[in-house]
Design a protein around this ligand. Sequence first.
Ligand SMILES: Nc1nc2c(ncn2[C@@H]2O[C@H](COP(=O)(O)OP(=O)(O)OP(=O)(O)O)[C@@H](O)[C@H]2O)c(=O)[nH]1
Ligand SMILES: [Mg+2]
Length: 688
Amino acid sequence: MKNVKVGDTHNFALVGHSGDGKTSLGEALLVAAGATETLGSVTDGTSVLNFLPEEKEKHTTISSSVYAFDHGDKHLTLVDTPGDSNFQADGRVALQGLDGAVTVVSAIDGVKVGSRRMLELCRSLDIPVLAFVNGMDRERADLDAAVESLRDAEANPAVLTMPIGAEAGLSGVIDLVHRQAHTADGVGEVPSELADAVESAREALTESIAETDDTLLEKYLEEGELGDDELVHGLLEATRQGKLTPVLCGSATAQIGVAPLLTAVTEILPSAAEARTRVAKGTEDAPVEIPPALEGPLAALVIKTQIDRYAGTLSILRIVSGTLSADTTVLNATTGDKERIGKLHVLRGEEHVDVPLATPGDVIAVAKLKSVHTGHALTSEKGGAHLPEIEIPQGVISYAISAKAKGEEDKVYASLGKLLEEDPTLHLGREASTGEFLLSGMGELHVRTTVKKLQRMFGVDVELKTPKVPYRETITRKAENVEGKLKKQSGGKGMFGVCYLTLEPKPRGEGLEFSDEIVGGAIPRGLIPAVEKGVMEACEAGPLAGYPVVDLRVRCIDGKHHSVDSNEMAFKLAASFGFKAGVLAARPTLLEPVMSVEISGPADHVGDIMGDVSSRRGKVQSTEATGSTTVVQAQVPMAEMLEYASALTSMTGGQGEFHMEFSHYEEAPAQVREKVIAAAEANTGDAS
Ligand SMILES: Nc1nc2c(ncn2[C@@H]2O[C@H](COP(=O)(O)OP(=O)(O)OP(=O)(O)O)[C@@H](O)[C@H]2O)c(=O)[nH]1
Ligand SMILES: [Mg+2]
């Protein structure tokens, strides 16, 4: 049985912009810890972290991978996350369950958009961060500029290591705290020619640490220096309080500067025993803390779901409190279902190793759970503190999908269901206005990669059609006392129901509200729910172009009924007729989704990028230069951003990147509205 010490258990994520070297650094850390013998390479497809076929083919991470290893007496779990904005959500979800992060920063370009977004997330989650300036062996590598870019990103950098040599001549790094050189030959003394530079860098480090703590500052001012242990301790406190970001540097592929990083992970980032306090769900006003204790009820979070070739669906759990043993029963606190736990697996990339138990800080996989999904909270069978669920970002771009081969529809949707389990940011829905199935994801590449996975894993081919824009309909003025009537009283069983509805616009984003204002039994109590149901169903497909109707209040103010012929069906239909007539009388209009877009590209292309945003009906909100890159923030209608990826690539010679998320709905201009209505009419024409 494992000799457990929660204080020696660390888990952390590698985060940052795509291509800056997270996976390569993960590989180098594994070698430095002696967990793997040879350095896996992203480009050769030998990385144990990028093990999916799609990752090997494209030389990029598309799904977070977990690798648990030991280093001395420490148990570490590393989670390598994707940097590309199409796949970053996966890492954003996992991070919520973890205790620390290492953000990788390019030595050439400094902090890019992907790293800045992750730094912001870590800040908002109170997750302590180390920064590793990677690629110091490359031409034009510039540690000072990278550190400045961290300052611009509000990370308050404190430099811990400095390079020995530069670019292709990089041969090692110097640990400024302990005044030690780390080279291929191991740990040695500081080369004499660097002694002065090391002293002044150490002084700068001492000052920035002292500034975070009054006692240290007093001592530093009195004595003129601080000891090694004081520096390490001060750094640890400041990092955990989010006051400083320790910065290390080196090269992942040249395996330089990696051993000091491994030490910093175990010494500066918190262990599971020291990690930020987690508070039970619903107790924010009178916080009930969930301790990282071995004893007591289980509290765990599902940080990821992964389909394994042999084991089936694996739920990857982060144990926050208590001990989880193999072959036990737990409670899914999110759904209320009991779940039988079989074997527990420690993950090493694609490989797994069975273990008898898991303790706080561990990240562990369990196969074939019934109703457990990413984000859920688990407790002991008899209950216990319920951790808040992990927030899952929702996909922003939708494609219409259909099976390539006729008759394969069922197989397609069943297989897609499995992929949806693995990736909760994907969504499959049906557009009522067109009857099409829509697959939504974080971006074009996300959806296209899902389709490729579907082919590889289940052998089904899917056709993707131009993304659909989820328009909405709403009203712009009040319509009072609109009659909805169903009267069929000749021959057979009669149907009779009349309701009078008043429709009023509500502010954007407030959805649909139904209020029953019937007095005196004009519509019998028992039939009012039928009226509400009729309204709710009718609002799913509005009368303009078949899109859902939102942001209005529907008041049922009066009605008529018949003692024999009135029934639920009659009132449901009457209400839907009334609703449609009411919407048409209240000057309906079309709303279109507007996206918040962040575009980064070379500074000399910024004019083109901004001109292009305007031509897409977008509004530029800010531009900000960091080094040679400019970041443009804008709001652009989704309809104009559907195939932006290829436009940006050709505009910037492949050097542009963008990220977008849904911002709000806005009234579409008349020409857009007319086009959408005409398309909807053509569609209905086809169908009939
Ligand atoms: N010269 C040099 N190349 C590096 C270094 N680190 C990584 N690379 C190369 O940079 C490329 C991208 O590295 P990855 O490790 O895949 O980067 P990543 O951050 O994991 O990228 P995503 O998975 O797309 O988010 C690969 O071709 C690496 O070989 C380094 O320190 N020096
Ligand atoms: Mg990667």
